[in-house]
Design a protein around this ligand. Structure first.
Ligand SMILES: [Cu+2]
Length: 262
């Protein structure tokens, strides 16, 4: 009985409240509920809109993974070589949309150390199809000035000397190669905006809604070939040498590939 009385009282209050509503508002409410009704007939919205993506950089020589300090690899000019240091920046990674997918850009810069930091958080990217990517091996012009990056230990160690133009090394790639029977050191250092390497990554990929890893693979053998066959025996120290830095810049164009692993 009490329940019934409560319900009746509640109903009464509702009618009272309704009576107090201005007529216009009631008309408005009816239109709104009508609109809701119509929405239910529409097809459901597509589900995945963005995907949590981790960026990972991998290093290899024609498919053989990079192992430091071991003469295990061969340049196009037939020099056996090892790697003792690999540090560089990646920036302005443009993911090219396919079809109606817009381009997306991971600006970075990402400081990569082959024996240290190779993974990065990039957050969410639109779930869609992509036709490939492009990137800078180094820094965009506006950051490549002395003091252009935060004064972390890594960045300070990557500084390019002011007398040589300032800014930062784009890459430090060092090791040893066999010149005849003699193991000789090499240092491939590149800096200066003129020698900033641009790379094109032609592989298409799909972010299908499952979170995963966007892998950028750097084939270091490519730095020694196409279009220039780089000869370590006549150019084992590139820093400040316009011809050698120009060769490394050009050769880097096809040194990277990209793939997505859900
Ligand atoms: Cu240097």
């Amino acid at each position: 009985m009490d329940l019934l009385r409560d319900t009746l009282r509640h109903f009464d209050t509702m009618t009272m409240n309704l009576r107090r509503f201005p007529p216009l508002l009631i008309v408005g409410l009816s239109i709104l509920s009508g609109a809701c009704q119509k929405d239910e007939d529409d097809p459901p919205a597509p589900t995945p809109t963005s995907v949590a993506v981790a960026l990972k950089v991998e290093h290899h020589m024609d498919g053989v993974p990079l192992i430091f300090d071991t003469i295990l690899y061969t340049t196009a000019a037939e020099h056996a070589y090892s790697v003792s240091r690999l540090e560089y920046y990646l920036s302005e990674i443009i993911l090219f949309g396919a079809g109606s997918t817009p381009n997306d850009t991971l600006r970075g810069p990402y400081y990569v150390n082959g024996s240290g930091t190779t993974s990065f958080t990039v957050g969410e990217l639109p779930a869609a199809e992509y036709s490939g990517a492009a990137l800078l091996l180094g820094l965009p012009q506006e950051l490549n000035v002395t003091g252009g990056l935060p004064n972390t230990m890594e960045n300070v160690n990557m500084a390019w000397p002011d007398p040589m133009g300032g800014g930062y090394h784009f890459i430090k790639f060092e090791g040893h190669f066999l010149d005849g029977a003699t193991a000789t050191g090499f240092a491939m250092h590149v800096g200066n905006n003129t020698y900033l390497p641009h790379a094109a990554l032609g592989q298409s990929f799909t972010l299908d809604g499952r979170s995963g890893t966007l892998a950028i693979r750097f084939n270091l053998n490519e730095l020694f070939r196409t279009p220039h066959t780089y000869d370590l025996s006549t150019g084992n120290y590139s820093m400040g040498d316009m011809m050698l830095m120009g060769q490394l810049r050009d050769n880097a164009f096809d040194a990277f590939t990209i793939e997505y692993r859900p």
